[in-house]
Design a protein around this ligand. Structure first.
Ligand code: FAD
Length: 468
């Protein structure tokens, strides 16, 4: 087992990062005891805020020598319990390492620290006419380090891919305290095993990421959003693949069920057009030439109408676009207001299987009489499946939830999908891993963890159950 954090260890941590960056105060330990996953809370013994790579290296060296668990944390917006300090120990916050180190306009690269808030990166590069596309809905509170650790995506993944598609270089500190640098300002690299890709999506279990170099794109000059209501769910779901089949790849195709829209309206106190429709698609197209963008959104609009859309509303000003996205981004919080106990899953399937996935989820919901609200990134097959307790009695909930979860996961896997598209496994899905991965894969993964972290000090209990 692990060593407790005593006064002597706290003193050594203070020597590394300074008094003001170490806290054992109850209110700080409470603040850092949870992320955005409902119902998960474990107190760290000490909260430590690092301000540079050398400090991270010293903290991990100390923790490894003394066998103290370390949980890295960025913005604390995770939805799988990744930043929850399951075994107490040191909560290592990277929030103060939040600088943009360089915007290299010759190479179209940006180098940043891991605590940088994703939205701040986007806005800053846009001032230079550049574009960092990954856009998790939490972009104003999540950090780049957390995005890399979770393999975060966002609505724009349909056209532009996810976080991993932009990482060219990483600096990371191993659990031993050694610092490694992978890749760089290079867009190609065929030099040995790809450790950089291995760290992306490793959920803070293999190394602490301390510096990142991303490639950037040129900022598209124009974008137009379409809000498309449908009076039946299946037509909305089927339209997603119909758009792609017609050789149009919009920037985003977001899907929202009626209940998600209603929750968002109540939460924001603002009405969404056609709010009684069974489902909405929120579709964005972008580009540089007005004629191209117009032709693309007209084609998309026609496909939607041919497939049963009740209307197609066009938002071409930044104000009207922001109104639509505000409603979409508010859904997660809005659902929490409807039901404080809520389990947020994010299964992914081939996008052509979205109608079958939604049908399977509906059957699961009916079989266990449990409320499920769906929304998410339909354009890339990633559906956010929200299981709401509402006023279900505790005993019924405890019995129905695992069955419903298993039902949802099995449906996704039977359709060629996976347990998570972007939120990771963390604590909440680790027991279901064998549904998706066979034994040899899980053993290989455990072996990789052991090679990186023989003392199992870095974020133990995540991805796989704790095994000593
Ligand atoms: C309202 C809402 C909307 C969301 N929408 C999306 C979405 O559209 N797409 C999406 O992908 N996710 C979404 N999420 C989930 C969450 O925002 C992402 O998983 C995000 O990437 C987490 O970043 P964070 O900085 O908050 O990480 P944290 O929650 O702090 O940590 C997440 C994981 O990363 C590890 N970690 C953090 N920093 C480092 C580091 N420097 N080195 C190593 N490991 C580290 C932690 O140990 C933990 O395992 C949403 C969450 C909320 C609450």
């Amino acid at each position: 087992m692990y060593k407790s954090v005593d006064d002597e260890i706290v003193g050594r941590l203070r020597d590394i990062v300074g008094d003001s960056n170490v806290s054992v105060a109850d209110e700080d330990r409470e603040t850092y005891s949870h992320d955005e996953t409902t119902g998960l809370k474990y107190l760290p013994e000490v909260v430590v805020k690092a301000t540079d790579t050398a400090q991270v290296a010293k903290i991990l060296t100390l923790a490894n020598e003394e066998k103290i668990p370390v949980t890295p944390r960025g913005g604390g917006t995770g939805l799988s319990g990744g930043a929850v300090p399951l075994f107490g120990g040191i909560l290592l916050s990277l929030e103060k390492m939040d600088r943009i180190l360089e915007i290299d306009t010759d190479n179209l690269m940006v180098t940043v620290q891991p605590g940088l808030i994703t939205g701040n990166l986007q806005r800053e590069v846009e001032r230079h006419g550049l574009f960092y596309p990954p856009d998790p809905a939490s972009l104003d509170s999540c950090s780049i380090g957390g995005n890399i650790a979770e393999g975060a995506g966002g609505p724009r993944a349909v056209k532009y891919g996810v976080t991993k598609d932009y990482v060219c270089g990483l600096e990371a500190v191993l659990p031993s305290g050694e610092v490694i640098r992978m890749g760089g300002k290079i867009v190609k690299n065929a030099t040995g095993y790809n450790l950089m890709d291995l760290l992306i999506g490793s959920e803070g279990t293999l190394a602490v990421i301390t510096e990142i170099t991303f490639r950037l794109l040129l900022l598209p000059k124009l974008k137009v959003d379409l809000l498309v209501p449908f009076n039946d769910l299946d037509s909305a779901a089927a339209t997603v693949s119909e758009i792609i089949r017609n050789r149009v790849v919009p920037t985003t195709i977001e899907f929202m069920e009626k209940e998600a829209i209603k929750a968002s309206e109540r939460f924001l106190g603002k009405q969404v057009p056609f709010d009684n429709a069974e489902a909405h698609l929120l579709i964005e197209v972008d580009g540089n030439r007005k004629e191209d963008v117009e032709s693309e959104y007209e084609t998309v609009g026609e496909i939607c109408l041919d497939n049963g859309a009740a209307d197609v509303l066009v938002a071409d000003s930044s104000t009207s676009q922001e109104r639509l996205w505000e409603a979409r981004r508010a859904i997660t919080e809005a659902l929490e207001h409807m039901s404080p106990v809520i389990v947020k899953e994010d299964v992914v399937v081939p996008r052509s299987q979205i109608p079958a996935l939604l049908k399977g989820i509906r059957e699961t919901s009916e079989r266990y009489s449990i409320s499920i609200v769906n929304f998410g990134h339909a354009g890339d097959g990633n559906v956010h499946v929200n299981i709401l307790k509402r006023d279900m009695p505790d005993e019924e909930w405890s019995s129905a939830l695992p069955k419903a979860l298993k039902g949802v996961f099995e449906t996704a896997i039977s359709l060629g999908g996976m347990l998570s598209g972007e939120h990771g496994i963390g604590i909440v899905k680790r027991d279901y891993l064998p549904l998706a991965l066979d034994d040899p894969q899980i053993e290989l993964m455990r072996g990789i963890k052991k090679t990186f972290d023989p003392n199992n000090i870095l974020n133990p209990g995540k991805i796989f159950p704790y095994s000593g």
